[in-house]
Design a binder for this molecule. Structure first.
Ligand SMILES: [Zn+2]
Length: 282
């Protein structure tokens, strides 16, 4: 199983609050991981006075460091987390100005994708906590806008949203249709086992790699990605799942006969290449 591709579709690295890019990448690699897809962390994790564009710039630096020094392939995903909008509004920035700033950031993200520095726009979306109807309206407009930017630059989008089932997937699929982006390029990060077409409505679910979620997912097929949503925060060790989880889970399930090598290639290589339009050269 030495050459098995193993992709973590949503793993963070944070040198300010956690172990940082090289340590996380080494742990992932030692466990058998080969590809890390790394969305930028929000501005406030970097310290005071970082802006949205700078937060995206940081993850590109981390990814380059990993690619230079560790034997895994790392890719950046850049965007403005929905909580950034909430923080702007709570900080006294007007609704209009906040929306404008978020749109600017998303344009910046698209630019980084077009320059080849990142492979997707994300994580973007809407909050998992309650907000005013006015604020929710902005989140929804920004989601649609990000999908339009992704359509224009021919890239994928990673969604962060409230916990979602068939109903929400349907709503996001309708947004994708409106934006004119291929639905499979809209990735629902932190997904449950919504692997069937009539559960995900054509979007790509990125399954949180717990044993039960992956097992349930595999019973329905292989149309999914796997992720840990590792936060790399010393104050929350191993959250959401540790950086070794995807490689260990994948190999363990192959050993137990739950997953075939062929299906592992679908999940970790073919689906990843198709969603992001990249060539993993494995
Ligand atoms: Zn995340």
């Amino acid at each position: 199983m030495k050459d098995l591709p193993i992709t973590d579709n949503h793993i963070h690295v944070d040198p300010v609050n956690g172990d940082g890019p090289l340590e996380v990448a080494k742990k992932f690699q030692k466990a058998g991981g080969t590809v890390m897809i790394i969305p930028n962390k929000p501005t406030w994790t970097l310290g005071e006075s970082y802006n949205l564009q700078e937060a995206m710039g940081e993850v590109i630096k981390y990814v380059n460091e990993i690619n230079e020094k560790v034997d895994v392939k790392a890719y950046a995903v850049v965007g403005a987390h929905p909580a950034e909008l909430s923080r702007l509004i709570q900080g006294g920035v007007s609704l209009e100005k906040s929306e404008e700033m978020m749109k600017d950031a998303l344009q910046g993200a698209q630019k980084l994708v077009m320059e080849g520095e990142a492979i997707a726009i994300g994580e973007i979306g809407r909050p998992h906590y309650d907000v005013s109807p006015e604020e929710m309206g902005i989140h929804n407009r920004l989601m649609l806008y990000a999908m339009e930017l992704a359509r224009d630059s021919d890239c994928a989008v990673q969604l962060h949203t409230e916990s979602s089932g068939e109903k929400q997937f349907k709503e996001f699929a309708e947004m994708a249709e409106k934006a004119g982006i291929s639905k499979h390029r809209v990735v629902k990060h932190f997904s449950g086992p919504f692997v069937l077409d009539d559960e995900n409505h054509g979007l790509t679910p990125s399954l949180i790699a717990t044993k039960s979620v992956i097992k349930q997912g595999l019973k329905k097929g292989t149309h999914f990605l796997m992720e840990t949503d590792y936060l790399d925060m010393k104050s929350r060790p191993g959250a959401v799942l540790g950086p070794k989880t995807v490689p260990r889970r994948t190999k363990g399930m192959i050993q137990n006969g739950i997953l075939t090598v062929e299906d592992a290639y679908k999940i970790h290589l073919e689906n990843v290449e198709r969603v992001y339009g990249i060539d993993l050269f494995l």
